[in-house]
Design a protein. Structure first.
Length: 105
């Protein structure tokens, strides 16, 4: 038996070029992202914080979000060009879960 790859031509891949392309894509993605922290006021329970976080993560354009009940802080990682529109949706989502909670911007 022979190895089935012996007869076929193996493609030659230059890993340096692949690595450079991946690095360039990551840099582009990183440059188009904005990460901001906000102080929260009157967030009453950890369960509400978890629900707010889940709702925020479902918003289109949000890459990541965290809501800390103990620290009374929220971190949003989202697309830079849409950040203002995304924050309007974040405010609405938070008001649905915890109407008394305010995001200090």
């Amino acid at each position: 038996r022979t190895n089935r790859f012996e007869d076929a031509e193996r493609p030659q891949i230059d890993l340096r070029q692949v690595s450079c392309k991946i690095s360039a894509e990551l840099k582009i993605r990183k440059d188009n992202v904005m990460k901001k922290k906000f102080k929260l006021e009157d967030l009453d329970c950890a369960n509400c914080a978890a629900k707010m976080e889940d709702a925020i993560k479902k918003i289109e354009g949000v890459n990541d979000a965290s809501v800390s009940f103990l620290a009374q802080k929220m971190t949003i990682d989202a697309v830079d060009e849409q950040f203002d529109e995304i924050m309007k949706k974040v405010v609405k989502a938070c008001e649905k879960v915890e109407p008394d909670c305010k995001i200090l911007m």
